[in-house]
Design a protein around this ligand. Structure first.
Ligand SMILES: Nc1ncnc2c1ncn2[C@@H]1O[C@H](COP(=O)(O)OP(=O)(O)O)[C@@H](O)[C@H]1O
Ligand SMILES: [Mg+2]
Length: 237
């Protein structure tokens, strides 16, 4: 495997304390789309449930190209291991969650950017409060860390605006900002996950899910890849 022309390695964390918020969905979609650009992407699964690993195994069994390597890693030493892995891959996407998780804390210390999905229907301010604190602690070691909240599984009914509800409280959190892209509750995400695919790789997934996940992808990687064209310029949000 060779690194592509733009060899700046990006470490992205898709994290958060709540289960079922969409971390694995977003991590696997980002990995599939990044790999489609010809990058050597590694998925790091820190969840004991192994959903990301399961997705990657399904993908392998179905013979989907490009294949996406996935490793499971646990424990406090994750920061060191991820740094080491980042030296060997084009990009590393870490899927980390769980309350008081050593892996989540460790990943916050090595990531350039953290994205924190929250499920619109079970949105709770305390979760964000806690993430704000974790990001604040991590920034003591990792001052360039950016942390964005992504509203996921929002209602497809345009009248219901869960995103507005979240936007209203975001001002309370010094270390978090809100991603402009909202992902809605769409069956395509579940179907793609089962098949070891990203939604953009599924012929029959709906155009809306493809469009919103592409917008998210651009947000996740374009900010960070600015460093590719601007030398060492650090990007902060
Ligand atoms: N935008 C979405 N639309 C529909 N289903 C979703 C969406 N995001 C996640 N899901 C589904 O919700 C469940 C939990 O998502 P998952 O990514 O596994 O969460 P986490 O990794 O945070 O525990 C999965 O069954 C997944 O397919
Ligand atoms: Mg998961």
């Amino acid at each position: 495997m060779s690194k592509t022309e733009s060899s700046v390695t990006v470490i992205i964390l898709i994290g958060g304390e709540k289960g079922g918020s969409g971390k694995t969905t977003i991590a696997t979609n980002m990995a599939a789309m990044r790999a489609a650009q010809g990058r050597d992407v590694l998925l790091v699964d820190t969840d004991i449930q192994g959903s990301a690993s399961y997705w990657a195994a399904n993908r392998d069994e179905a013979g989907v190209i490009p294949r996406i390597p996935c490793v499971q890693k646990f424990g406090r030493n994750l920061a060191v291991e991820v740094r080491d892995l980042a030296g060997r891959y084009g990009d590393v996407i870490v899927d980390a969650g769980g309350r008081d998780s050593a892996e989540l804390r460790a990943a916050l210390v090595v990531a350039e950017a953290a994205f924190i999905p929250i499920q619109a229907s079970q949105f709770d301010v305390w979760t964000l409060q806690r993430m704000d604190e974790l990001v604040a602690s991590a920034r003591a070691f990792n001052p360039g860390l950016t942390a964005r909240v992504i509203v996921n599984r929002a209602s497809t009914n345009p009248v219901v605006s869960e995103a507005d509800e979240v936007r209203e409280v975001m001002g309370d959190f010094e270390h978090l900002s809100l991603a402009p892209v909202v992902l809605r509750d769409r069956i395509s995400y579940r179907k793609a996950a089962k098949a070891g695919l990203g939604v953009v790789e599924m012929e029959r997934s709906d155009a809306k899910s493809k469009s919103e996940i592409r917008r998210l992808f651009n947000e996740v990687f374009s900010e960070n890849s600015q460093a590719d064209s601007e030398g060492e310029t650090a990007v902060s949000a």
